[in-house]
Design a binder for this molecule. Structure first.
Ligand SMILES: *[C@@H]1O[C@H](CO)[C@@H](O)[C@H](O)[C@H]1NC(C)=O
Ligand SMILES: *[C@@H]1O[C@H](CO)[C@@H](O)[C@H](O)[C@H]1NC(C)=O
Ligand SMILES: [Cu+2]
Length: 205
């Protein structure tokens, strides 16, 4: 009994360790945009927003209402004003489901001009549709204070393995459908033989 519990805990522990990934998104590094602006993430993964000059933020929105905070839940980084290079603090959000999560910059006019992004787009809820709807919004609205994530020192990832994706670049065309899934999938690929090895090792005892 005891051994079984230990085995289960071990396997679960290794699975969590090997699969949690940190996915980095640059905010304003390449102009008034997020880079990449479309990512795929698993439950438990951490999205890390890295801020560049001058002033930007990230707010979660509902698909139907771009440039306005989500009605329930969500997150807001607060406005980051960076003097030069990458800000020394980052905003981290944990992904709790694989449903699409849309976000935008809360700085006036940025959302309307296309500074939007998505985590796990679906065939019904695409970045193109969200962006196009955002372009006709009259006023970007930002919450008053940060919530829904953590502001931490850059480089101090709170993800278990911190499998940081090095300068992720969007794949596919600029149509907005490009998905990024680099280190997250390689971490997952690693997890399978790792778990297998643990099971074999325990069974042999
Ligand atoms: C990072 O952002 C914070 C919040 O806006 C700001 O106070 C700080 O000066 C920025 N750091 C740099 C190096 O610009
Ligand atoms: C995930 O859950 C945590 C804890 O409840 C919450 O702070 C965070 O905002 C959630 N993430 C998203 C993307 O809603
Ligand atoms: Cu912005």
């Amino acid at each position: 009994m005891m051994q079984m519990t230990t085995l289960t805990t071990l396997v679960a522990g290794f699975a969590a360790l090997a699969t949690a990934a940190t996915i980095q998104i640059s905010v304003g590094k390449d102009g008034i945009v997020y880079t990449p602006n479309s990512v795929t993430a698993a439950v438990g993964d951490v999205i890390e927003y890295q801020f560049f000059p001058p002033t930007h933020s990230v707010v979660m929105a509902d698909f139907d209402s771009p440039c306005t905070p989500a009605k329930t839940g969500g997150f807001f980084s607060g406005a980051f004003t960076t003097s030069s290079g990458m800000n020394n603090t980052v905003f981290q959000v944990t992904v709790n489901s694989t449903d699409p999560i849309f976000f935008y910059c809360g700085f006036p006019t940025h959302c309307e001009s296309g500074m939007v992004g998505v985590i796990n787009p679906s065939t019904d809820q695409t970045l193109d549709a969200f962006q196009s709807k955002a372009s006709s919004v009259a006023n970007t609205v930002a919450p008053s204070a940060p919530f829904g994530g953590q502001i931490v020192a850059a480089g101090s990832s709170s993800a278990t393995t911190g499998t940081a994706s090095p300068s992720p670049t969007p794949t596919g065309n600029s149509g907005g459908g490009g998905l990024y899934s680099g280190p997250a999938s390689s971490a997952r690929a690693l997890a399978i033989p790792l778990i297998g090895a643990v099971v074999v090792a325990v069974l042999m005892v």
